[in-house]
Design a binder for this molecule. Sequence first.
Ligand code: 8GP
Length: 822
Amino acid sequence: MTETTPLITSPEHSVEGFVREFLRELNFTQGTVLERATTNDAYLALARTVRHYLMSRWIETTVDHYRAQPKAVAYLSAEYLLGRQLDNALLAADLEEIAAEGLASLGLDLAELRDAEVEPGLGNGGLGRLAACFVDSLATMSVPAIGYGIRYEYGIFRQRFAGGRQVEEPDTWLAGGAPWEFAHPEHAVTVGFGGHTEKYTGDDGVERSRWVPGWQVLGVPYNYMVPGYRNGRVNTLRLWSARATHAFDLQIFNEGDYVDAVRSRTFAENISKVLYPEDSTPQGKELRLQQQYFFVACSIRDFVDQLLPAGFDLRRLPERIVFQLNDTHPVVAIPELMRVLVDDEGFGWDEAWDVTRRCFAYTCHTLLPEALEVWSVELMGRLLPRHLEIIYRINEEFLAQVRERSGGDELLVRRMSIIAEHPQRAVRMAFLATVAATRVNGVAELHSQLLRDKVLADFAQLWPEKFTNVTNGVTPRRFVRLANPGLSGLITEAIGDGWVTDLDRLRELEPLADDAEFRRRFREVKAANKGRLVDVLRRRDGIEVDPGTMLDVMVKRLHEYKRQLLKLLHVVTLYDRITAGEVSVDDVPARTVVFGAKAAPGYVMAKEIIALINHVGAVVNAHPDVSTVLRVAFPANYDVTVAETLIPAADLSEQISLAGKEASGTGNMKFALNGALTIGTDDGANVEIRRLVGDDNFFLFGLTEPEASAIAEAGYRPSSYYEENPGLRRALDLVASGAFSDGDRGAFEPVVANLLAEDRFMVLADYQAYLDAQARVEAAYADPDAWSRSAVLNVARSGFFSSDRSMRDYLDRVWHARPLPG
Ligand code: 8GP
């Protein structure tokens, strides 16, 4: 990069200036006139118009970073679940009112254009959404940072239901045009794969190894703006797209074999074709390892070539960069940087290792052992032979250290080896990351503790100072300011608008929890949000929701450990009690139970659970009595956009994973910040939420992690709970009887049988405690004034869960980098 002086000026910050710019875009870029423009034409012109307002800030930010050469954060993540861009860009550029007014003067409706945007779903769930929140906070805090990832042509699949079962369809998010991206083919990077390594003697007489790749692809960068909130900064998210080095073989084409002529192109482009729809379980697919290596190799090359001045001494790299590894997907960056330093730059091994170690930090996002990624040595050796050699050497030196420290404890050595021996020889990516990183962190206090005590205990003993915690957070811009304009207005009226970038200030709302007028207005906002949700669900899904009911919401990926089944057993039990005449509909508060969840396409049990929820929902909703007080709504294709209308409308937030299984959760934070009360276990960030909002404003239930572990150790017998609890027995019997499957007893047999025989996540053990907690919810909800007092306190005391605070924690404890002034 060379120094440039940006000479551009932004369009005028007025309604007239906006309208002029918008029409220019419509005419010159979209090639149409207002009268003939489709909604999509207008949306694209609008997006580009907003972009223009941010452009000078983007260029200035880039130039400032280059000039100042500060220590920068490179966030390496295979997923960014961004959500729609338009609203966030309008907010950052302070254009919301101007745009609405300007468009209205042209007879256009901003809300309608907003709905034309297809969200980039380049992530699966919590991990990907977290990355999106983090880059937002980094920009808002003026931290020199860049996000690196993959520009998947197809993001997370679109979910549809057929006969209540999940059907996956491709996500063609790029089809309508991609107004937020800037392709830079001129900065494409070449990445090698396969081939072999060879030994040679260098000029210095030292024997060295080098990689001769068997094939190559190009990585083309696509830049996205990451606007800070009204701070004059716009950071960059750089996503890589794979291209063939030779897209097309003219000779083969001329010989008439049209398919073969583009074979290499298809092969290469497959690398960034589709996001793996897996969440919390890695799928050992070769293409996935290709994706991982592809994007980190591009990113390291890019940082060195584009963002450092020519001739920069790479021995000083740790002064300029920290690569944050978002789980293990980017961990192959470690041997890649070693390869660049040793093979390309001629560093000695020890020198290269010293630099590399200081450049990486690793975040673990899971506790499930099956979610810890491993790659078979066979595959790694075939795809990345030089990297495997490097990993072997890292392991050799590491194990020598372990032997020395442990007095040759070979069991320990085997446990800690980066190379697993069983069931096949494989590289344990979490171990590689832990060995190399300066810091290893979990994502909530309990999670970090369990990492230290269990998952990575041997490593924590060896290097206690390496381990730290950074509790997750969510961006208040998207999840309060944009998603909940009603609440935002109310807060701002009460305490000013400083909370948008300083969420701790929500504390100032605390006294207002005791102010009856404030509570009334708070309830009004909630009611309006419910009204908005009712409209959206009617339009989007044809689902009718009664806004007068308690909205009880469980939205997250479908996983057995998250226990959607526990929620469903509560629904079945209520249904059972009402139909059996044990409970009168006059005695229960009317509630709508909302589910939103995608299941990984290969996760059979999760898909069965989705079908069961839909079948139970259909029966409950069709029952003349039950449906007056209990309804189930399961809108398909839960995504960030739906979350933004659902969460602000919720009364009750379901966070009911088995203790010790949910690393953190971030949905839990979004609900609390929007004034829903949580019913939850002592798990993940729930622990911290409860501590902050107070026991009286949180419905805690269930086993603790030590209790659950003790039961598992002693031998868990789920059937004993079935035998001893008549309500539970009746609920399970009802499912097994075919009551929700037109009398077909076999339909959900696998689900029930699994609960009775194995129930790995102790649904049955927590059933009674959950029902009791739901009874407490009902009692509390009966007093609207007390309920809204608790809800206001949830908002006031949840400021800690801003991703800005998470970023400050990373800056202090992990990155040791600083925001850029100005
Ligand atoms: C998720 C955790 O399940 C969730 O508790 C947490 O809030 C979120 O990460 C952000 O930290 N973990 C994953 O999505 C995950 O582990 N994915 C696979 C790579 C293993």
